[in-house]
Design a protein around this ligand. Structure first.
Ligand code: IVH
Length: 678
């Protein structure tokens, strides 16, 4: 670069620095202190400005810029890197007696020296190590085999609780270790989304966290909303760290790490046991999974004196919580057939009390699961409730097995329609292929079609659909629009549907003709096409004819639509029955193309709380309007709220909370302006 352009670009460099510093500060307030200091729009505008400047002046773009949080760079492969300090594991035990022994042994080895312990949670996630040099995150490695780990730096940068640049005072060169966990809220939301897209839900938060760190697309990792819980700090010789573990965590907190407050300095075994006891009960209320307690000698100068065993230090130990487990008789197996024809075996269990609820049923997942556990008829099964809330079958109680018990015979015909089941290569599940003749599949599709997020035909619950089906009036979704009022009145054994019910139903069907194209597309129930996928397809192809004419390759061009979905969409529209359904729906007057005035993305990414009454909208309408503009409606004000949309008579609690958290309050007029109607 010559001198003149360097001078020319100096203001850009300064602006980039200022923007990065301000965005870092806002991020810190938001994620660490739960405080939102500016509107999401303002924040996004700053981030975009920085992104644009980085594009125009790549020479000034920093590898720890807050723009890295959004992800976008692709991990081609995860380089294997040697750990500077080996990543040790901990001795662990389920027994309180062994904790007592550990405490007594440590005291004896330290022979009269005064010392304390720290007790903290054992986070149930994936261990990683973060290297910082001169306050900048330079590398993130997984544990791997303890000696060599995978370089996951790009993905780690998307985790909001991992600081990319440190604040205040920090050592020039050091490493921080901790666990990446998947908080329950984010995990459940991700699984709900996956189910709506017909993707296999994640088995548990730990596996999901681990898979997320290995995603090739870092932008995808950013969406997972993972969290980093730091639990350790170390540095090479010559760099001085505080002399206690507790002090190190406190320092880390000041540098901008999220240090969990659930840590206690304990003087003796009584205090340690009290801490364990407390968390054994209180763990169920935590927002993320914990599988035990880690007890460490607090004074780091004593660590060398205590030394290491083969692979774990003698100055620390983990107490693992027992997963609550019971054994109960298997009464039988139901085979459930879902909307897509997928068969799921479900164990009927003799009711049993476990971790605060009575368990009567638990999934047996698929045929492999039953075979791998070698479940036999009339076996007693072990049921566990670990960090997750859903009870799991984890094994067979062999002590209770009847002599000569026979292995469970998996069904080979659909329990609903008798069609032989199929199991595609590479798929774990069996499917009933009789999509158009199998009762639960037909009803499942109808239920999906009328659902709130699809056509939203509220008055048609599962019982009424069943009624219409049994009366021979409805076999597929297009039949709904041929219904006549006269056919409905008096339907059901005790005339469940009366005049008013019939009117309401006819009105709801009529109203559904205004439902936007993207939701019609979602309502069709094409495998793998969830809400998001339907939206993307609708926006890309604009109308059903263009979509139906698209090749598999064209379909796969659409953002977020992979090869598997593209094939499913292509196959679905290739079926003449489906084409005729689409034609009938079109004739009935359903939306088959995107409407220009249908809304835009002006509220994309914003979470909005609505309160009070409005001149232009009912409460329901305002919520639908927000969603049409890409926003999300939430029930309560929190640090994550983008703004409070306040009408007349807004709830005083909500106002107070918004003011306290510094959250913007928007009135109806401003809202209309934001969504470009004024
Ligand atoms: S301390 C040398 N503290 O549990 C000591 N580990 O079985 C380093 N873990 O590999 C570990 N929470 O992945 C420590 N509060 C905590 C922890 C914790 C979870 C994990 C860590 C470790 C494993 C030990």
């Amino acid at each position: 670069m010559d001198l003149f352009s360097a001078i020319d670009s100096e203001p850009a460099r300064q602006r980039m620095e200022a923007l990065a510093a301000e965005i870092d500060r806002l991020n810190h307030e938001y994620y660490m202190n739960d405080r939102s200091l500016v509107s999401d729009q303002k924040f996004d505008a700053m981030l975009r400005e920085l992104q644009d400047l980085e594009r125009d002046h790549p020479e000034f773009a920093s590898p720890t810029s807050p723009t890295k949080r959004v992800g976008g760079e692709v991990n081609k492969s995860f380089r294997q890197v040697q750990h500077r300090f080996p990543m040790l594991s901990l001795g662990n035990t389920y027994s309180i007696e062994e904790i007592e022994e550990f405490e007594a042994r440590t005291r004896k080895l330290l022979d009269g020296v005064e010392f304390t312990y720290t007790c903290e949670l054992k986070y149930d996630g994936v261990a990683i190590g973060l290297t910082y040099r001169y306050g900048q995150l330079v590398q993130a490695l997984t544990r791997g085999n303890g000696t060599v780990g995978d370089d996951i730096t790009l993905n780690a940068k998307t985790i909001p609780t991992i600081p990319l640049r440190l604040r205040g005072d920090f050592p020039d060169d050091f490493e921080v270790r901790g666990e990446v966990v998947y908080p329950f809220d984010a995990f459940n939301a991700m699984n709900a989304l996956r189910e709506s897209e017909n993707l296999e839900p994640f088995a548990n938060p730990r596996n999901a966290a681990s898979g997320s760190l290995k995603l090739q697309d870092s932008a995808e990792c950013a969406k997972r909303k993972l969290m980093f819980c730091m639990y350790f700090m170390m540095a090479p010789d010559g760099i001085v760290l505080p002399g206690t573990h507790y002090g190190r965590l406190q320092w880390a907190d000041q540098m901008g790490f999220k240090v969990q407050p659930y840590i206690k300095e304990c003087r003796d075994i009584t205090e340690i046991k009290a801490f364990i006891d407390h968390w054994d009960r209180a763990r169920w209320d935590l927002p993320f999974g914990t599988d035990g307690i880690v007890i460490k000698v607090n004074q780091t100068s004593l660590w060398d004196r205590l030394g290491l065993t083969a692979k774990s230090p003698r100055w620390a130990i983990a107490y693992k919580f027992k997963a609550e487990r019971v054994s109960t008789p298997l009464l039988g197996i139901d085979y459930q057939v879902g909307r897509t024809g997928k068969v799921t075996p479900v164990a009927n269990l003799s009711p049993v009390w476990l971790g605060g609820t009575t368990v009567r049923r638990a999934t047996l997942v698929n045929a492999d699961f039953i075979a791998n556990l070698d479940i036999r008829t009339a076996d007693h099964l072990f049921i566990e409730k670990g960090g997750e809330i859903i009870p799991k079958v984890v094994g067979v109680d062999l002590d209770q097995r009847q002599p000569g018990a026979l292995p469970v015979q998996y069904v080979d015909r659909c329990p609903e329609c008798g069609t032989p089941l199929v199991r595609a290569d590479g798929e774990a599940a069996h499917y009933c292929p009789n999509a158009d003749g199998c009762h639960p599949q037909i009803l499942g599709r109808l239920e999906h079609f009328v659902g709130r997020k699809a056509m939203n035909i509220e008055t048609l619950g599962p019982e009424r659909l069943e009624l219409l089906y049994n009366a021979g009036l409805v076999r597929n979704v297009a039949d709904l629009y041929d219904l006549q009022r006269a056919q409905l009145v008096g339907l059901g054994s005790d005339a469940t549907i009366q005049d008013r019910g019939a009117d309401n139903l006819m009105a709801a069907l009529e109203a559904s003709k205004e439902v936007p194209f993207e939701r019609v597309l979602f309502a069709l129930g094409i495998r793998y096409v969830g809400e998001v996928g339907a939206k993307k397809l609708a926006r890309y192809f604009k109308d059903i004819d263009t979509l139906m004419a698209a090749s598999e390759e064209e379909l796969a061009q659409v953002e977020d639509v992979g090869g598997v979905t593209a094939k499913a969409v292509y196959d679905w529209f290739a079926d003449p029955l489906h084409r005729s359904i689409v034609e009938r729906l079109r004739k009935a007057g359903l939306q088959m193309q995107v409407q220009l005035e249908q809304g835009d993305d002006s509220l994309e990414g914003l979470t909005i709380v609505v309160s009070g009454t409005f001149a232009h909208f009912s409460r329901e309408e305002v919520k639908a309007d927000i969603e049409r503009h890409g926003g999300k409606v939430s029930g309560s004000v929190s640090g994550k709220t983008s703004f409070l949309l306040a009408g007349e008579k807004t709830g005083p609690e909500k106002l107070k909370k918004a003011e306290k958290l510094g959250i913007r309050i928007v009135n109806e007029e401003e809202y209309l302006q934001m969504t470009a109607r004024q």
